[in-house]
Design a protein around this ligand. Structure first.
Ligand SMILES: *Cc1c(COP(=O)(O)O)cnc(C)c1O
Length: 468
């Protein structure tokens, strides 16, 4: 009779073998990604129907799981890393990022305090200073100032943390505080207002101009109106690159208007901020030195896999004042000395992953010039596509296209535009999404996936024109 096993853990040798096989699977996935239909056609429930109703009583061979990736998982995957992915905003991954993510999981550290893994905190502080330099962000966001950067999971969390800091700084009665964001700002602003417990009507929507950018005069007028009504303007979001159309809210006049009332200014550059790697696109950041906080998502256009949002504040005390709660069991000499950063005080959860590793790996692999090269390429491809649209008799440009997003529509109206979207997506070769502008349907093409080359955009154009 065999003794029952005393350990069910994967041995180091088993780990080595299965991890190599998993890497091989991912590498092979990348090699064939172009042949897979970009948009999953799975019906609701299709993936679950392939899974056993109950979990296994006893452990299975890991090989069986790897096999199921092809049969169970892939049919229900929309291929965000495919060259024909033009939907939403990009959600890039890349070799160095994937490898670093695996190492981070391998280390499995919790970086909530400096003392729970000093390298986790210090590498994060350091690469965020690098990133600030790479994007030419103001000195007041660097860690050697009163401010500094922190990696949040998402831009949504950055917005929420900024609002919490703004509320902390404003003090007083929450019900009297007001927030301001363009009607085209990201939905996470409205969500943050809700989470904080402000009434929906406390979120004001200044008017936009013909480019869908916030009008500073309208912002000023709303704030003056609110002050006259006894309310307190506390939070203003400037979207540098709105999600719908990439409209650029003008940061400088918005920040000047906001500061006149003491309101916190948060600049949301989730996708477009990456373009500041290239000096020629930095005009969108004009005035950002007047902002209280800023965020950009390297997990969108900078080839770092989700999740990685770089969030900067000019006054870290406002943020930690809002979020720091110190229970006895987390007290330690390093924290008490004040000589270290404890990132748990810069975010909503306590625990945190070692995300700086993947940002570090990506910056070191590509170099600043390498990253800028790909940004320029995506912008150039986008501008070329926009030129073709402009010259086409049945398609038209629907909004300015300063970077890597083009919004277009069919001249015959919504039904015709919807038909174009449906046909392109049914081809399996490309995936585009939509938005509505002034009530009309618009097809969005965002070029920012790492594998998208000129030949793919030419193919997209062929699909668009044959559907139009
Ligand atoms: C994508 C996007 C967000 C939200 O991003 P998450 O990181 O997924 O929360 C916020 N703001 C803008 C402008 C965006 O484009």
């Amino acid at each position: 009779m065999v003794d029952p096993p005393t350990s069910f853990h994967m041995t180091p040798d088993e780990f080595r073998r299965h991890a190599h096989a998993a890497v091989e699977w991912v590498a092979r996935y990348y090699e064939r990604i172009e042949s897979l239909p970009v948009l999953s056609t799975a019906e609701p429930g299709a993936t679950r129907a392939l899974l056993p109703a109950s979990p296994p009583r006893h452990g299975e061979d890991f090989e069986d799981l790897l096999r199921d990736l092809d049969d169970v998982v892939l049919p229900g995957i929309t291929h965000w890393q495919a060259p024909g992915f033009y939907a939403y905003f990009p959600g890039n991954s890349s070799g160095p990022s994937v490898i670093a993510e695996m190492i981070s999981a391998g280390l499995g550290v919790q970086g909530m305090l400096w003392s729970t893994s000093p390298a986790c905190t210090e590498l994060e502080t350091h690469v965020l200073d690098w990133l600030a330099e790479m994007l030419d962000l103001p000195a007041g966001f660097r860690s050697d100032s009163a401010g500094g950067g922190v990696i949040q999971d998402t831009a949504s969390s950055a917005t929420l943390c900024a609002l919490l800091a703004a509320r902390h700084r404003a003090g007083g009665d929450l019900s009297r505080l007001t927030a301001y964001a363009s009607p085209h700002a990201h939905s996470s602003v409205e969500k943050a207002v809700r989470i904080v417990g402000m009434a929906p009507e406390r979120l004001r929507r200044p008017a936009v101009d013909a480019t869908y950018a916030m009008r500073p005069d309208s912002l000023s007028a709303l704030m003056a109106e609110d002050v006259a009504a006894g309310l307190v303007p506390a939070f203003v979001v400037a979207a540098v690159g709105t999600t719908g159309t990439n409209a650029m809210d003008p940061v400088r006049p918005i920040a000047e208007a906001a500061r006149a009332h003491g309101a916190w200014v948060h600049v949301d550059a989730a996708m477009s901020g990456t373009a500041a790697l290239c000096p020629e696109f930095r005009g969108m950041h004009d005035g950002v030195e007047l902002a209280d906080s800023y965020c950009v998502n390297p997990h969108k256009w900078m080839f770092v896999n989700f999740d990685c949002d770089a969030f900067y504040v000019a006054d870290r005390a406002a943020l930690t004042g809002a979020l720091s709660v110190v229970p006895e069991y987390l007290r330690n000499a390093a924290s008490d000395s004040g000589a270290v950063i404890d990132y748990r005080d810069w975010q909503i959860p306590l625990g945190r992953r070692f995300r700086a590793l993947k940002l570090w790996a990506v910056i070191r692999h590509y170099g600043v010039e390498g990253l800028a090269h790909h940004v320029r390429e995506h912008v150039a491809l986008t501008q070329r596509l926009a030129g073709w649209v402009t010259a086409h008799p049945r398609l038209e440009i629907a909004a300015p296209h300063p970077l890597n997003l083009v919004c277009l529509r069919h001249v015959d109206g919504d039904e015709a535009t919807q038909r174009v979207i449906d046909r392109v997506n049914a081809s399996g070769e490309a995936f585009v999404t939509h938005t509505r502008l002034d009530g009309t349907l618009v097809l969005r093409v965002c070029i920012g996936a790492q594998r998208t080359e000129a030949r793919h955009v030419e193919r997209l154009w062929a699909l668009l024109t044959s559907a139009a």
